[in-house]
Structures are given as structure tokens and as C-alpha cells.
Design a protein around this ligand. Structure first.
Ligand code: ACO
Length: 274
């Protein structure tokens, strides 16, 4: 990450974004991140995800909403399959070459993947609401990116596919937990191990989409959702998201306590006029 001397970390430059196949537009409280490689159906590389992490680390403090989308008719065709070739992609390391020739260990690959996962993990931050606007295919890493967001709004032509097992891989970009949390282990096994495409309507039924709309209504629907989200008090939104995120792992008593603690803190802040 670029670091100004003694100053805050700098966001990625236009050149860094372009090499990462990303576009970033920040306007007040809304950041729009677009995966931008339509000629390869917005296939992503390791650099896409490390740059996504960089974006998350350097967002202006007043950003509350992050909208993720893909340029053109596809959300993302997942990892650029060139990443599995010996030569890699655009000067980026191959995922397999080092293992094949013995110059990389499995532990090193785990560290490398941990860095890639950072590009997905920050989308769960309680101080942000993250929205995936999905049209067309969201395959493999593309599906996992959408799963990392709080809200998925799908065009009716969207198709979700966890392709990794069909390629001899596992989904490793933080998508398995939200998938299981949403659809349960059994449906997740069926979706992943058949690597079938889940259409938008079914995704809506399964809870994988909060909204499904006609393709031409996607931008307007996303804008409406952003406006509604911005109408909520920011501190309350942050505290509520944090509360909701811990609910599944808590007992009822633990969650009731967490609610009391969060509410007392909110009431104290309101009483202070903060
Ligand atoms: N990596 C690299 N290039 C890709 C990828 C990809 N994941 N997906 C598409 N492309 C390229 C194609 O090679 C093609 O390039 P070309 O014009 O030079 O021949 C171009 O994008 C257009 O692809 P088409 O297949 O012609 O587009 P179409 O609209 O018919 O199909 C689809 C789109 C369904 C996304 C198809 O391209 C596809 O299945 N891609 C591969 C998906 C995949 O296996 N992703 C990896 C999942 S695992 C993971 O993400 C960890």
C-alpha cells in the first residue's frame, strides 16, 4: 500500500486500479467499485483482491456504503484462469508454478491466500453497508465476492455458480460461511458439489438475493437502496450491523445482553447529543 510519510495511507492510484481491473468512484458517503475487464468477463486476479483490500483500508471516513458491480453484462467470471497457468497473468505469480517446481511450500500458499482473502473480509465491516449489484454471471470468486456483501441485488438474468469443485479446487475466498449461513449445509453441498448455476429467481427464493429486478431496473433499484440506507443514523446502523452479525453465534441470553450493552451505549451517546 502507498503510504505518505507520517500521513494516512493513500488510496490506490488510477494505474494501480487499472492493473487490478478495478474502477473506484467515491462520492460523499458512497463508494462504487466496479470490476472492469469486460473483454474477459470481469475475470479477476490476485492483484484485484489485494487492491480491493487496499481500497477498504483507505476509504475516506465518511464513506458508509460500498456498491460493487461489474462492467457490462457480467458481474464476474471469477478468477482469471490464467492464474493457474505456469506463467500466471500480467506478471502476477501463478497459483501453481511454485508448487509444481518445488520453490513454494503449501504454507507459503496459505499466506498468499490469506492476503487475497483480505480483499473480501473488509466488506463485512460494521461501519459500512456493502451492496453487490449483480447482472449476468457471478462465478467462483465472483459469487464469493457477492456473498461477502451485506445485500445482493440481482438482475433477473443473474446466474450464481460455485465452480471451484468442478475445477478440482475449494471455494477459499471467504464464501463458504455466508453460503452456509444463508442456505444451510445441505443446500450448500448441493450447490457447490454440482457446480450448477443458480438463477436469479431461485437465488431470491433461497435468500441469496435480497432483491431480484428486471435488468434495466438494476441501477435505479440500487440507487433507491443506497438512499434508504443513507437515511438511517450512521452510528445506529453500525451498532445494529455489529449486533446482527453476532446473533447467529450467540445464545439468546448472550444476544439479549449484547442488545442491552449496545442500547445503553446508544442512549448515552444520544443523551450527550453525539
Ligand atoms: N478467466 C480468463 N478469461 C476468461 C474467464 C476467466 N475466468 N472467463 C471468460 N474469459 C474470457 C474467455 O476466455 C473469452 O476470451 P476470448 O474472447 O479471448 O476467447 C472471453 O472472456 C469471453 O468469454 P466467453 O466464454 O466467450 O463468454 P460467454 O459470455 O459465452 O461466457 C462465462 C461467459 C459463462 C463466464 C464463461 O466465459 C465461463 O464459463 N468462464 C469461465 C468461468 C470459470 O471457470 N471461472 C473460474 C471459477 S473458479 C474461481 O473463481 C476461484
Amino acid at each position: 500500500m502507498t503510504q505518505a510519510s507520517n500521513g494516512p495511507a493513500l488510496p490506490p492510484t488510477e494505474e494501480e486500479l487499472s492493473r487490478a481491473r478495478l474502477k473506484l468512484a467515491v462520492e460523499g458517503p458512497v463508494a462504487r467499485v466496479t470490476i472492469s475487464c469486460p473483454e474477459r468477463r470481469n475475470a479477476m486476479t490476485g492483484r484485484t483482491w489485494t487492491t480491493l483490500a487496499h481500497i477498504g483500508q483507505t476509504l475516506p471516513e465518511d464513506v458508509r456504503i460500498v456498491v460493487l458491480s461489474g462492467e457490462g453484462d457480467t458481474f464476474s467470471a471469477g478468477i482469471d484462469l490464467g492464474m493457474f497457468s505456469p506463467e500466471g497473468v500480467d506478471g502476477e505469480r501463478s497459483m501453481v508454478a511454485g508448487l509444481a517446481d518445488g520453490t513454494s511450500t503449501e504454507a507459503e500458499i496459505q499466506d498468499y491466500i490469506a492476503g487475497l482473502q483480505e480483499g473480501f473480509l473488509w466488506l463485512r465491516r460494521p461501519d459500512l453497508v456493502t451492496v453487490a449489484a449483480v447482472r449476468g454471471h457471478a462465478i467462483g470468486a465472483g459469487f464469493q465476492l457477492a456473498l461477502s456483501c451485506d445485500i445482493r441485488i440481482l438482475a433477473d438474468d443473474a446466474q450464481l455458480c460455485m465452480k471451484e469443485p468442478a475445477l478440482g479446487l475449494v471455494p477459499d475466498l471467504t464464501g463458504t460461511k455466508p453460503l452456509v449461513d444463508i442456505v444451510g449445509v445441505n443446500r450448500a453441498v448441493e450447490i457447490c458439489l454440482t457446480a450448477r448455476r443458480v438463477g436469479a429467481r431461485e437465488a431470491g427464493t433461497l435468500g441469496l438475493a435480497e432483491l431480484v429486478v428486471a435488468s434495466d431496473e438494476l441501477p435505479g433499484t440500487v440507487d433507491d437502496a443506497v438512499a434508504a440506507l443513507l437515511a438511517t443514523d450512521r452510528e445506529a446502523a453500525t451498532a445494529t450491523k455489529a449486533l446482527l452479525q453476532q446473533a447467529a453465534g450467540n445464545t439468546l441470553q448472550q444476544q439479549a445482553e449484547a442488545e442491552r450493552v449496545a442500547q445503553a451505549s446508544r442512549l448515552a451517546a444520544l443523551a450527550r447529543g453525539v
